[in-house]
Design a protein around this ligand. Structure first.
Ligand SMILES: Cc1cc2nc3c(=O)[nH]c(=O)nc-3n(C[C@H](O)[C@H](O)[C@H](O)COP(=O)(O)O)c2cc1C
Length: 195
């Protein structure tokens, strides 16, 4: 999770992955922690990470989540030899998009993204910014050309969302589709129930 608006998307994604029985290697930038506090009133201490601080109390199996400090380049996910099913940066700030686009590798998040691109593994970026200037657009294009999936936090309205939850679930459901994680978060166009 990085410091773009939309911490709720990252939290819901983590909950969904845990419900699906996945193991998650989790890292968060300081700006990500700041946005989480602003938007969800949840204070995560990155130097003393507690999953319950992030999830707001409920953490069924804390063993499923491995937290890595954002500066820890010794973490497994900093190396291509450490196998994963993919990586999602959710939400993804424009600063992080720029760092990935230009291979800066200034923290573990940038480095793990580099690794997923070089290993040709799934990397999903969930940016949120508006409007976008040309440098940001070019950086997103560079990431896409390098193999990343750009999945902006843009909920659809054809599903007739009734709540904020519905809108969050739509975006998180589309991320899970990219990862091949089964979920019941959205009604699909073409399903009898949605037409
Ligand atoms: C409340 C808040 C909301 C922010 N929203 C966004 C945003 O939507 N998109 C964005 O690119 N940056 C946003 N920022 C700015 C980033 O947090 C800032 O550029 C930061 O340096 C990103 O660092 P990181 O990529 O290491 O998390 C926001 C900052 C704050 C405090």
């Amino acid at each position: 999770m990085t410091g773009a608006s939309g911490a709720v998307y990252g939290v819901r994604l983590l909950e969904t992955l845990l419900d699906a029985g996945r193991t998650v290697h989790f890292t968060m930038s300081p700006a990500g922690a700041e946005v989480l506090l602003q938007e969800m009133d949840r204070r995560v201490r990155l130097d003393r990470f507690q999953l319950t601080d992030l999830l707001g109390g409920a953490a069924s199996d804390p063993g499923q989540v491995h937290h890595h400090d954002y500066r820890d380049f010794r973490a497994g996910i900093a190396s291509g030899s450490f196998l994963t099913a993919g990586m999602v940066i959710c939400p993804c700030s424009m600063g992080t998009v720029g760092a990935i686009a230009h291979g800066l590798s200034q923290n573990l998040i940038h480095r793990a993204a580099d690794v997923h691109l070089k290993e040709r593994r799934k990397l999903v970026l969930v940016p949120r910014e508006t409007p976008l200037h040309v440098v940001q657009l070019r950086n997103l294009a560079i990431c896409a050309e390098a193999g990343a999936v750009i999945l902006p936090a843009m909920p659809a309205f054809y599903t007739k969302p009734k709540s904020l939850d519905d809108m969050v679930n739509f975006v998180v459901g589309r991320i899970c589709d990219q990862l091949g994680v089964e979920h019941q978060l959205l009604r699909r166009w073409g399903d009898a129930a949605s037409t």
